[in-house]
Design a protein. Structure first.
Length: 653
């Protein structure tokens, strides 16, 4: 090793100011002075108290090393909570919010600076964090769990730039401090109040913010109104055969969907609970991981003509059983059992916490029409597996399963709703758009006609209407779905994207925030919808973070475009160039005008301009050629482009 270089193990904290380029562009001198004051008066003393060393300061961030993982995490939590207090009276456009990532790694120390993968991973974790949030590598989480009075939520594994192996990521749950821009309260039990006061006292002591003590002693009104939250773990397959496994998964999903109807209950999405499938779990750890008050678990055993189901509702903080029950019914009654379980959960939670929002009408509304044939349900479950694969073969295979399911049960509403999406996907694989959308709309209409209580079917119909230009009906239908099922992540992600397209970008982005809280392990397909909301809301840092949580192979051409444009908007030109290089081969003869016709059904000028500006900042073509314009039927042409084509077509004098 070169002279002066040393190796050592350290906890590395990387912090970055959210939207720094925009802040500087709007008020360069003021932003600089506010950031300098935060560093001098608050951040640097706090780091010193936690035995940290500031390795370097950049214009918009910092790199800090700690000898202890516990000290690093406690310092980060105090930083974020303290910044929330310091920002409390600032207008949104003047807030200085941080993202923080922490990793434990073997680093190279040389002439006061530090290097190595340990540092790089910390920086990548910072990019995954929400504004005001903290992301930890697994090695940090393993060191601090049980040693600090903080909760953590698993975010799954992420492939990050320039790191060969996926990184398992955990999020620190900062109870009691609203995340920046997040207007929906986090899912926390009211009984957490004592922990909040104790944790806050420690933060105030460390940060020296004594004047705020009364705020913590008397929590704000929204704390008392926080929703309880529940995670439904995958029901165990006690039969062992694949068909019973699909039935167990389907019943789990249906219970999640039924519970999502209740306004005063947050329900963690199936995608984020299925990580526990087939594994022994500690309920209290699940509660901490997902920040929930209750956990529901159960099992299914199927015989030729009967089905046995067990279910138990457990308090997550102490593992105490609220209730448990078992059902031994004819196999065709399985869907009645599922509804009974949802009712029991709602009654138990509603009775214990006196939630006025859970009414008998809502319980009745939660009862979607069950399939009449278990064989149809099994085919439907097989189709859902294909839908998750999201490729050409899976599209045609999944559609085939649903054709068979509908033949067995012509009134199976959910089968029509999912088949509508397969029709939509066929546009990517050779079917003319007008034909694909015609079939999508027909299936979505049929699903809603068969079951007017299915919020996912209504949201699908909304999207289908939007794609053919029926914008007013699209928005009305989406709001109907949201009102009907306010905690259904499938509905939330469609609403986030659709409302952003329809000129309600800020609302769409807030819905996206809510969806990500309910589904921290969101699928790439859902993340693709979320990223649209962030882009049209001009939350470019959030757009970048959302896209970077998607594997590269799942990113469509529009995703690469928005990533490149977002990087360009925040001043990261090298990253913008790399994303642009990925985009061009995906759309070699594309233009802003063509993409507005093929990828973005936006009716309003503002959203059209944001797509056009994406092309402009990346120095890409704006207009279609005359041949392309003639080729696309029903094309919405840009007036400036029509004028340009006319000039090109005019005879030369």
């Amino acid at each position: 090793m070169a002279e002066g270089m040393q190796r050592r193990l350290a906890a590395i904290l990387a912090a970055d100011v959210v939207g720094y380029s925009k802040l500087m562009g709007e008020d360069e001198a003021g932003t600089h002075e506010r950031l300098k004051a935060h560093r001098k008066d608050f951040l640097e003393p706090l780091i010193s108290e936690h035995e940290g060393r500031v390795v370097k300061l950049t214009g918009d961030g910092a790199l800090v090393e700690f000898p202890s993982a516990v000290q690093a995490v406690l310092c980060a939590a105090a930083m974020q909570r303290g910044m929330a207090l310091r920002n409390a009276d600032e207008p949104t456009e003047r807030r200085i919010d941080f993202r923080i990532g922490i990793n434990l790694g073997d680093i190279i120390f040389d002439e006061g600076d530090i290097y190595g993968d340990g540092v790089n991973i910390a920086a990548r974790l910072e990019a995954l964090a929400e504004p005001g949030g903290i992301c930890l590598a697994r090695n940090i989480h393993n060191q601090v769990k049980g040693k600090v009075d903080l909760a953590f939520a698993a975010m799954g594994s992420h492939q990050v730039k320039n790191i060969a192996e996926p990184v398992e990521v955990w999020r620190v749950v900062l109870d009691g401090v609203p995340a920046p821009r997040a207007k929906v309260a986090s899912a926390t039990r009211p009984t957490y109040g004592r922990k909040l006061v104790a944790a806050a006292a420690a933060v105030l002591l460390l940060a020296g913010v004594a004047a705020a003590a009364s705020w913590w002693a008397q929590p704000p009104a929204h704390t008392a109104r926080m929703k309880p939250a529940i995670a439904v773990l995958p029901f165990d397959n006690m039969g062992g055969d694949p068909a019973t496994g699909r039935l167990a998964d389907g019943i789990t999903e249906d219970i999640v969907t039924d519970l999502a109807h209740f306004r005063d209950l947050d329900v963690i999405a199936r995608n984020s609970t299925f990580v526990y499938k087939g594994k022994p779990v500690d309920i209290r750890q699940v509660g901490k991981d997902l920040n929930v008050s209750y956990v529901l678990e159960g099992s299914i055993q199927r015989e030729p003509d009967r089905v046995r189901v067990t279910a138990q509702l457990i308090e997550a903080d102490d593992g105490a059983h609220v209730w448990s029950d078992r059902w031994d019914r004819p196999v065709q009654d399985i869907f009645l059992v599922q509804t009974e379980i949802a009712e029991r959960v709602a009654a138990a939670i509603g009775g214990g916490l006196t939630l006025s929002g859970i009414s008998r009408n809502e319980i009745q509304r939660a009862k979607r029409r069950p399939p009449a044939d278990l064989g149809a349900f099994d085919l439907y479950a097989l189709a859902l597996e294909q839908k998750a694969l999201n490729n050409e073969t899976a599209t045609w295979t999944g559609k085939g399963y649903l054709d068979q399911a509908i033949a067995l049960d012509p009134e199976f509403a959910r089968a029509y709703a999912v088949r509508a999406w397969f029709h939509f996907f066929t546009m990517w694989y050779g079917v003319e758009a007008a034909t694909a959308l015609k079939f999508m709309n027909a299936d979505a209409e049929k699903a809603v006609a068969l079951d007017a209580q299915d919020a996912e079917a209504i949201a699908t119909l909304s999207y289908a209407r939007m794609m053919i230009g029926n914008y007013s009906e699209a928005e009305a239908r989406m709001r109907e779905a949201l009102a009907m099922s306010p905690a259904n992540v499938h509905v939330l992600v469609l609403a986030a994207s659709a409302l952003a397209y329809l000129g309600k970008a800020e609302e769409g982005a807030e819905i996206a925030d809510h969806a990500l809280r309910l589904d921290p392990r969101m699928t790439p397909a859902n993340m693709n919808a979320v990223k649209d909301a962030y882009y049209f809301a001009e939350r470019y840092e959030d757009n970048i973070a959302a896209i970077n949580r998607m594997p590269e192979e799942s990113r469509a051409r529009d995703t690469w475009l928005l990533l490149a444009a977002s990087y360009q908007r925040v001043g990261k030109t090298a990253e913008a160039a790399a994303a642009k290089a990925k985009f061009r081969p995906e759309y070699p003869d594309g233009s802003a005008e063509r993409m507005l016709n093929e990828d973005f059904p936006v009716p309003n000028q503002r959203e059209q301009d944001l797509i056009i500006q994406a092309y402009k900042v990346l120095d890409l073509p704006i207009c279609m050629s005359s041949a392309q314009s003639a080729e696309l039927t029903g094309t919405k042409r840009l007036p400036d482009c029509d004028a340009e084509r006319a000039r090109e077509a005019a005879p030369k004098s």
